[in-house]
Structures are given as structure tokens and as C-alpha cells.
Design a protein around this ligand. Sequence first.
Ligand SMILES: [Zn+2]
Length: 280
Amino acid sequence: MLPCIPVKLGIGDSQHIFIHWACQPEKGGAKSNIPRHLGGNVKNSDAEDGRDKIRPDEGVGHARTAKGYSAETPSGQALVRAVVKVPLVLSDGRTARSEIYSFTKLRDAGEHFAVKLGKPCPDAPLVRLHSECVTGDVLGSARCDCGPQLNEALVRLHDSGGYLLYLRQEGRGIGFYRKLDAYLLQDKEHDTYSANRALGRGDDERDYGMAADMLNALRIRRITLLSNNPDKRAQLVMAGIDVDALVPTGVFISPHNRQYLEAKVKHTRHTIDLSTEGAL
Ligand SMILES: [Zn+2]
């Protein structure tokens, strides 16, 4: 990851000083003091609308009011609703500082949230989109790899700095009860996709548009995406997010989820190397 340096972006008429962090340009690359995810253009009007100044340690440029709620973001409708500090115990036993962001005006009514860990480099912070899986995330189900992937993501985001976007679209978008129905069908030799179709639902109904809304609310336009799923990248790019690079996640294979992972590779071109046995 490129080292980050503080840069002063500008002083508005109201004397609010805007300071942000920018990645140092690579050797021989074009030099710029303006973070690309801000479009290289911070207008004075941002300082004239009564927002509090941005602290350099906030990492992202959303402006907070005195109550801890955001003012309107410069593009898009979604806003940060609140930011709450929550210490997390990671799977390796370390305790991590985190900030959990709630939002308003996302494109659907789900209570999606973001978790900021470490010190993200704002030029293209590491971002993981994780869709809710109660059985895997909470109960430790071995039928899928969601739990280990979530744990791995939190550790990597803590170490590198970044954001986990936790998306409330259980069961690839069909809901928890229907996911259990699909499990029953999978026990009768359907795979995870044909089971959904047998229930009259799509192979994968997840929509990552709300993740783009959340990134816009956080004023993040450019990311490094932690994922093996090409559909996430495609949907984010369609929604106007610049995905600088795709960083693969670990592979977590067990006798219980091998069939599930094989179906993911076959149906959705997930970039998972199933020749490597992972620890689950
Ligand atoms: Zn799962």
C-alpha cells in the first residue's frame, strides 16, 4: 500500500480548513496533492455551507455536525446518519478499534452499515462487501464460507485499514426463511443456485447498488475491492465507483461447503482456487 501523507486541500471563505490524507504518488508518476477519490476538485462552497471542519484523522471526508451526524454529501442522496465507536474482538484474539456508520436515504430500506477499521488510505481504500449470512456469520455454519470470510476480512481491514460494508441481503437476497427452504432442497441434491430457482427466485438476487450509495455517503469514489466475486466489481463500476484493483480473499474449503464453493465457481465465475485446501 502506498504511504499516506497529510495534504491541505483549501481554506474556505468561512475560514474552515480542509485537510485530508493523500497517497504519495508512485516513483515517476504524476504528482498531485488532490486525492483522486475527491475528483481533484474541492470547491469553496463545501466550506460555506456551515459544516464543521474535517479532522485529518477521520480518513474520509464526510463532514460531521456538532451532534455527530453528517451534513449533506456533495453527490448522491445517501447520507451518513451516525458514527459510533465499537471495539471488536477479532478472530485472532486482538481487539480492534472500529467505527460503525449508519446511513439514511440508501436506495432500499435495509439497515446496511459500514465498519471502518485501521487507517484507510483514502486514495483507494480496501473495501469488503459482505452480504448478511446469519447461519455463517453468527452461528458458525460450515455449509458456506461466509463466517471465515467475514473473520478474515475484519483482520485484513484492521491491518491494512479499510471498510467492511455489511449488506442486509440474507440468502443471496431471498431472505433467511427462504434460504432455509433452499437448504432443504439442497439436501435433495439441488445446488445452491438450482434450489433458488426451484423456489421461484433468481440465482443471485443481491444488489450492490446500496454499497455504492454508502461509499458515496462516505465520499469514497475509488476503492481496492477485497473479493473473489466479479459481479461485485461490475455492479460497483456500473454505479460509478472506480474499482482500482481486486484483491482475492482466502479459500475456506471444508467437506461441508465444497459443493457450495464448486457451484459458486461454476455459476458465477468466482475466482476461487479449489485445488488449495483452506482451513475452516
Ligand atoms: Zn453463508
